[in-house]
Design a protein around this ligand. Structure first.
Ligand code: B12
Length: 212
């Protein structure tokens, strides 16, 4: 097995086995080996989280293990973040991003925020469990070109519609991009949003298009 494949395997395994020490060391190894952080996140750590999701769905593991896997993933993300954002002068425009009201899932949003920063955007990350009004206030204050919202639950994805409605009410021109497990293209189209984004790997390209 090549070095890269072995390192990707360790990244995946670290999330799968909720081993934050392995997550940290494998992330450092990936950087040292010159693996692009985006690649390591999507195809290493992300694959581990897919396994965790499946095991959770199959009731083979429970919430504490999912939480521990999240901690492992976040530990690795912290190692990658500086190298994703360094040297950027953030001149391509501003993106306001957060996870919607009632929803505390933030790993995907954090991945996207890091990728956008790495892609040259000024990213205003409002965190998780954020009310639609806060998105709008921040978009106004920072003159954002794009507003992005993550929702991971069928009960919270509806808040994405509230964000579109409020932007329209306020006659704002900012474009919208949405993601998270329960969202899809049809949903975003039905609420009058601009784009659905299925993964961090595509986020920069999609935001580039929206900013044009
Ligand atoms: C990890 C996890 C957790 C962790 C979250 C830790 C954290 N700090 O974020 C913890 C353990 C805390 C958690 C809690 C809960 N969870 Co949970 N969780 C998950 C799990 C397994 C993985 C999510 C994840 O991090 N994936 C990895 C990231 C990298 O992927 P991602 O989020 O999809 O993001 C990528 C893309 O979607 C896209 N994207 C996402 N958002 C955005 C936004 C923009 C703007 C863009 C451009 C792109 C984009 O790019 C990202 C990067 O590639 C999912 C399963 C699943 N299939 O999603 C369940 C899941 C979302 N959880 C679920 C549930 C039910 C809960 C709880 C209610 C459980 C409980 N009984 O308490 C609570 C939520 C409480 C709340 N109010 O929010 C359900 C939701 C079901 C539903 N109703 O829809 C799921 C689907 C599991 C399941 N099959 O039942 N959870």
């Amino acid at each position: 097995m090549s070095d890269k494949a072995a390192i990707m395997g360790r990244l995946k395994k670290s999330v799968e086995t909720w081993d934050k020490n392995l997550a940290e060391s494998a992330a450092k190894e990936a950087l040292a080996a010159g693996i692009a952080p985006g690649d390591a996140i999507e195809n290493g750590l992300g694959k581990g989280m897919e396994v965790i999701s499946q095991q959770f769905d199959d009731a083979k593991i429970y919430l504490p293990q999912v939480l521990a896997a999240s901690v492992a993933m976040e530990t690795a993300l912290k190692v990658f973040e500086p190298s994703m954002t360094k040297g950027q002068t953030a001149r391509k425009g501003t993106v306001v991003i957060a996870t919607v009201l009632g929803d505390i899932h933030e790993i995907g949003k954090n991945v996207v925020a890091a990728m956008l920063k790495g892609g040259g955007y000024n990213v205003i990350d409002l965190g998780r469990d954020v009310a639609p009004e806060k998105f709008i206030e921040a978009a106004k204050e920072h003159k954002a070109g794009v507003v992005g919202a993550s929702a991971l639950m069928t009960t919270t994805v509806v808040v994405q519609k509230d964000i579109v409605d409020l932007l329209k009410e306020e006659k704002m021109k900012a474009k919208t991009i949405f993601g998270g497990a329960p969202a899809n293209e049809e949903w975003v189209e039905s609420i009058g949003g601009d784009m659905y984004c299925p993964s961090g790997a595509q986020a920069v390209e999609m935001v580039n298009t929206l900013m044009r």
